[in-house]
Design a protein around this ligand. Structure first.
Ligand SMILES: [Cu+2]
Length: 434
């Protein structure tokens, strides 16, 4: 099989004139990449082994060791992206996906990251939160000339910290990030953790303006987004986070959207144990059930898993909805029957809704009564064991079982043990105070 890099660089080699000088601390145009295939991902890299990060609906970027340097290759390019079955767009990302693959390394590693620009405009990569030489910071015009279409540049720096970090362009930033260009950069500590985790998840929050019926994000939108995503997916199409009872689980959450997101977890009090500042000393950990992950911030949430299918979601309730209109007249409590009859005469199929709330919206969608515009998701969805969940957007489930299957996949729905579930009352006691 032809190496992807050979394909890539065959035509471009003539423009790659610069030569990498390892001691020169600024990003360089790349010499042709050597013809060596990538090594498989390893879970041991430094002085100890660590639990590799799981990126739901994503993957970690492969790397190889070459003369003591960990080498990666990021490719900025347009990607066909699916938020959920039924909604596909033209986004921009890295190596075929948005977010780009998670970069995973170990404190003390020397990394060399080749960045190839397959977009039609210049880009750079900024390593958000990393401590590095000025010339490697990836700010177009300030720390380097931007990476022109077709060029490959090299960033090379030692990792002198650990923690949950991110990467994104710092060239035409508003457009390129709105189009989906971003990824996580996880650095494991060189020394073993005092309280190691059994599972480690990485989630990147984003928002998108995909106007009904359209196929490209609208980068001009500042506040009225219609899709709120975890790893560029919306509920119910976000992979569940699975764990076994009693395991220590870390959920790393980064936010490169345009809103702050109060991320709320059911079933546990998690501890906030770290951020882009690394894993905090234990006396700084604090117990919470909701943690705001601000724009440009990362937070690490750790907890001991208890059985159930526990929601993890943004608590801005509009952020757990999919495409929806804003600025509409409020119809709660309004009897629309008369006006609906008149509108239906003009607009066949018109359906009044919202007199008693929006729950009926999902019922209509599920029954196939309401066809939205092309390429537009219903506002809410997701069927649980007991009916519609009426959720969307930044919502997923932490599925914990005493014993997961050998493949560790999604275990299906949790069945509450007898006697531990809410039940319908047969009567209201006479002496019940209210
Ligand atoms: Cu939110």
């Amino acid at each position: 099989m032809i190496n992807r890099r050979q394909l890539l660089l065959g035509g471009a080699a003539s423009v790659l004139a610069g030569k990498l000088v390892a001691t020169n601390a600024s990003a360089q145009t790349a010499a042709p990449l050597p013809n060596v295939s990538e090594n498989p991902q390893s879970t041991t890299g430094g002085t100890h082994s660590f639990v590799p990060v799981i990126t739901p609906n994503g993957r970690s970027l492969p790397w190889r060791m070459r003369d003591g340097v960990k080498e990666f290759h990021l490719i900025a390019e347009e990607v066909d992206h699916e938020f959920a079955p039924g909604t596909r767009i033209k986004a921009w990302g890295y190596n075929g996906s948005t977010p780009g693959p998670t970069i995973e390394a170990i404190e003390g590693d020397l990394v060399r990251i080749y960045v190839t620009n397959k977009l039609r405009e210049p880009t750079t990569v900024h390593w958000h939160g990393l401590l590095l030489p000025f010339g490697m910071d990836g700010v177009a015009g300030l720390t380097q000339p931007s990476i022109k279409p077709g060029e490959t540049w090299v960033y090379e720096f030692p990792l002198i910290q650990h923690g949950t970090h991110m990467y994104h362009p710092h060239a035409d930033e508003m457009i390129q990030m709105a189009m989906g260009m971003m990824g996580m950069f996880i650095i494991h500590p060189r020394m073993p953790d005092a309280n190691p985790v059994d599972r480690d998840y990485a989630l990147l929050l984003h928002n998108w303006a995909i106007h009904p019926g359209t196929f490209r994000p609208d980068p001009s939108i500042m506040t009225e987004f219609d899709l709120w995503t975890i790893n560029s997916r919306v509920f119910p199409a976000i992979d569940s986070l699975v764990a076994q009872t009693g395991e220590r689980v870390r959920v790393r959450i980064g936010n490169l959207s345009m809103w702050n997101h109060p991320m709320h977890m059911h079933g546990v009090q998690f501890e906030v144990t770290g951020s882009d500042g690394g894993r905090w000393p234990q006396n700084q950990w604090r117990k919470e059930v909701t943690e705001i992950v601000g724009v440009g911030q990362t937070r690490d949430l750790e907890f001991t898993a208890v059985p159930g299918d526990w929601p993890l979601h943004c608590h801005m309730s509009h952020h757990t909805m999919n495409a929806m209109g804003h600025g509409l007249p409020n119809t709660i409590g309004v009897n629309q029957r008369q006006i609906a009859r008149r509108i239906a005469a003009l607009v066949p199929g018109y359906m009044p809704m919202g007199e008693h709330g929006m729950s009926e919206h999902q019922q209509h969608i599920d029954a196939g009564h309401m066809q939205g515009p092309d390429n537009t998701l219903p506002m809410m969805g997701g069927q649980g064991l007991y009916g519609p969940m009426e959720m969307g957007g930044m919502f997923t489930l932490i599925k914990v079982r005493d014993q997961l299957d050998a493949n560790g996949g999604d275990p299906g729905w949790y069945q509450a043990p007898a006697g531990t579930q809410a039940y319908k009352a047969t009567a209201i006691p006479d002496d019940l105070p209210s």
